[in-house]
Ligand binder design. Structure first.
Ligand SMILES: NC(=O)c1ccc[n+]([C@@H]2O[C@H](COP(=O)([O-])OP(=O)(O)OC[C@H]3O[C@@H](n4cnc5c(N)ncnc54)[C@H](OP(=O)(O)O)[C@@H]3O)[C@@H](O)[C@H]2O)c1
Length: 312
């Protein structure tokens, strides 16, 4: 199941320290190997590997080839310069895989990157999945994908079978499943409990907290890491706070921008492994990774953040 520990052994060893999501002084941290970074890292339960708790999503306009490639490359370079590693993409995000692959190649940065992509088809034809994945390896210019996820529960059983076969062969490091539609939360719990996943990717933000109910506890109990999409509700959180002052209480845990406010709410949940805000701008990457430099809010502070938004 893992390089050094089975998932159950690892969970037993790391216990509450993993759930607490504290800085890398946890048992999990010492198992995984010491982190010198001052950024908040979280543990992938399946192996004990630690990753920075904020990465980069590429769904929106990242793959628009009519736009300036160097600007996209600069955004990725900034992610690494700031200490980030995680990039989430998909073969159906326009040409995002091509842009990411070319940027990683030109920056000679493949080894710095925790690269996540998807099997993104309408149905569960096994060969179509293999063909699409094969093209992803080509477009991403890599012979190993860190996390390969079934996109939006389409053909889950068939494609997860391929992903787990490739995982056994070493072409893929972790197996995952994604959705952003809360109606699929119960279906996600079923797959999480089936023991075939290392990662579950779901929507979680201060507006949509539905995964708190079943998905996050199931992931914790089954040793499945959680990747968060839409941490900014596709930008709606910023519309809600436009022209508003950041509340004083949030400054206690280092919030100096709305980006940090909303990301800290998300990564403040101890069962979240990594959030992947989408942006094409380097200064937003700096802001987003900056959320990892000061402590996360306590549960009471997170409740206060929710109340603040409800009172707007
Ligand atoms: N089913 C799935 O598997 C699924 C579904 C949805 C999303 N995803 C993944 O999740 C990622 C995130 O979702 P998303 O990109 O759609 O939405 P999002 O991360 O919730 O929001 C993106 C929006 O936030 C803005 N933004 C980012 N950082 C900011 C900052 N520091 N300050 C102010 N604005 C900021 C971006 O604008 P700028 O570009 O101007 O920065 C963009 O408009 C996707 O890129 C994709 O990788 C997966």
């Amino acid at each position: 199941m893992t390089d050094k520990y089975t998932r159950k052994e690892f969970l037993k060893l790391s216990g509450a320290a993993v759930g607490a999501g504290i800085f890398s002084t946890s048992i999990a941290g010492s198992i995984a190997n010491a982190q010198t970074s001052d950024l908040l890292h979280r543990t992938i339960h399946a192996t004990g590997e630690m990753i920075p708790a904020v990465g980069l999503g590429t769904a929106q306009t990242f793959g628009d080839l009519s736009q300036d490639f160097m600007a996209r490359r600069n955004t990725i370079e900034t992610l690494f310069a700031e200490g980030g590693t995680v990039i989430d993409t998909a073969p159906t995000y326009s040409n995002a895989e091509i842009v990411v692959g070319r940027a990683l190649d030109e920056l000679n940065a493949r080894d710095k990157c925790f690269l996540a992509t998807k099997t993104s088809l309408r149905d569960g034809d096994k060969q179509d999945g293999i063909d699409q994945n094969t093209q992803s390896f080509i477009d991403l210019k890599t012979d190993k994908i860190d996390l390969l996820q079934v996109h939006n529960h389409r053909g889950t059983d068939v494609h997860l079978e391929t992903i787990n076969e490739w995982r056994a062969e070493g072409k893929v490091r972790y197996a995952g499943l994604t959705h952003s539609n809360p109606d699929l939360n119960d279906a996600a719990v079923t797959v999480i409990e089936s023991g075939r996943l290392d990662f579950m990717q779901v929507q979680y933000n201060i507006f949509d907290r539905s995964v708190e109910e079943r998905v996050l506890p199931a992931a914790r109990d089954n040793g499945v890491a959680v990747m968060i999409n839409l941490p900014f509700a596709r930008g709606r959180v910023f519309q809600a706070t436009a022209g508003k002052e950041i509340p004083e209480f949030a400054k206690d845990f280092g919030v100096d921008s709305w980006g940090k406010f909303f990301l800290k709410f998300v990564i403040g949940h101890p069962d979240v492994t990594v959030a992947i805000p989408g942006t094409i701008f380097p200064h937003h990457v700096v802001d987003n990774i900056g959320a990892l430099k000061t402590r996360v809010p306590t549960e009471a502070e997170r409740q206060r953040m929710v109340q603040f938004m409800e009172d707007l």
